[in-house]
Design a protein around this ligand. Structure first.
Ligand code: ATP
Ligand code: MG
Length: 396
């Protein structure tokens, strides 16, 4: 039975995803407690209860759990052993701590997917700094790895990467050698030139029931490897759609836990569909479900983790979303201009995350536009985003 309306959900992480999860929670009478190290986190001002604490502090996680009937998270960078020991003591955590342990280490995630027969780009563990025969021979291992995967290749930080940080394209061995930090913090992937990047969102309920959204198309900032815009639905041939859905479902089923999952895919020039990575939570690609679908990804995640019936994923209208990244060159208190112009546009909605400080490139909000087709929606969303400026000082 659903203990309405006294269910208390603890959310680990108080960024914009946590903030956007709170709106549907309020509608469904679910109280939301949030843990984040930043007292000014995006979700702080809208949470029912807010706890300032580190996501890697077992005591803070235990305190959040003591306030809550169940826990979920909006970020992967959490102390998973602390989560596991809470789970061992009977705390309900969805998606499971075990799932997070696999997903938060991109190399373990890739191995898990490959083991379950899910297609991924070719990948390779980094040879360790102290492989047998290190010293004179040490370079040989790296050189072999580079040759095996081929140049350019992509070096990825196993943990802690986001928004393209921790993703380095290496054109030769010297660039591989120049990667910062211990070598074992990285692994290598084959570089996929000109791949499109569709994404799938799949919700899995507590009884294993599934709901899929139509495929999204993510567009990337040319230099920064950061998602810039998204359209829904992606323009994909039927066979590719079916393949993307099949792979996304297989990936989610492999974890056997409830929640909303975003599956970032690559579609290669040869029409091959591969999994880039999985996020066990609402995702930037799905923000436009708030306006474009019957059930938003945030409500869907909430329904999935709280054991409620999943909602319809039906598309109401084609749509587009553009991220609002902080401009300027410095960090400081946030300034916004152009809001009047953006709000004057028809069928456009502006979402600001309430972040008090701007840092160049930081995600400060997004705009969504609906349209007769994705092209017109994208044009409107871009017009709104272009008229807005957010940064650490006034636009000059
Ligand atoms: N093997 C690859 N070949 C070509 N491009 C890649 C490859 N892997 C990643 N990229 C590019 O870098 C982007 C970021 O990579 P990835 O998704 O692994 O990192 P991330 O920092 O976790 O991303 P985010 O937080 O934005 O989802 C990808 O969306 C893609 O544009
Ligand atoms: Mg990614």
């Amino acid at each position: 039975m659903y203990n309405h309306p006294t269910m208390r959900l603890g959310v680990i992480g108080g960024g914009q995803l946590g903030r956007m999860l709170i709106a549907p929670a309020r509608e469904l009478g679910v109280a939301v407690n949030v843990l984040d190290p930043d007292p000014e986190a995006a979700a702080a001002e809208v949470a029912d209860r807010f706890l300032v604490g580190s996501l890697t502090d077992p005591e803070a996680l235990a305190e959040l759990a003591s306030w809550s009937d169940l826990l979920t998270y909006e970020i992967e960078h959490i102390d998973v052993s602390a989560l596991q020991s809470l789970a061992d003591r009977g705390v309900v955590i969805r998606p499971s701590a075990r799932t997070l342990a696999t997903i938060q280490d991109k190399l373990l995630q890739k191995r898990h997917l490959a083991r379950h027969g899910i297609p991924v780009p070719e990948f390779l563990e980094m040879p360790s700094d102290d492989e047998p025969g290190s010293g004179a021979d040490e370079g040989a291992h790296l050189s072999d790895a580079g040759k095996q995967i081929g140049y350019p290749c992509v070096a990825k930080a196993r943990r802690g990467g986001y928004d393209g940080r921790g993703v380095v394209v290496c054109r030769d061995e010297a660039e591989l050698r120049a990667l910062p930090g211990p070598r074992l913090h990285w692994y290598l992937e084959r570089y996929l030139a000109d791949a499109a990047e569709p994404a799938m969102l799949v919700a899995r309920g507590v009884r294993g029931e599934l709901r899929l959204y139509q495929a999204f198309e993510m567009m990337f900032h040319p230099e920064r490897n950061i998602c810039d815009a998204v359209v829904l639905p992606a323009a994909l041939p039927d066979a590719v759609q079916r393949r993307a859905a099949e792979i996304a479902v297989a990936a989610v089923e492999s974890f056997e836990t409830a929640g909303l999952f975003a599956i970032e895919l690559f579609l290669t020039g040869d029409g091959e569909v591969l999994v880039n990575e999985i996020a066990p939570r609402p995702h930037n690609s799905g923000h436009l479900t708030i306006e474009a679908c019957v059930t938003s990804q945030f409500e869907q995640h909430l329904r999935a983790v709280c054991g409620l019936p999943l909602g319809s994923t039906e598309l109401l209208s084609p749509g587009a979303m553009v991220n609002l990244l902080a401009g300027g060159r410095s960090e400081g208190p946030v300034a916004i201009s152009g809001l009047e112009e953006a709000l004057a546009l028809e069928r456009v909605r502006v979402h600001l995350y309430g972040k008090r400080r701007a840092r160049p490139g930081r995600k400060m909000g997004h705009v969504t536009a609906l349209g007769a087709d994705t092209n017109s929606a994208l044009e409107a969303a871009r017009a709104a985003a272009d008229s807005l400026w957010i940064g650490a000082s006034e636009r000059v």
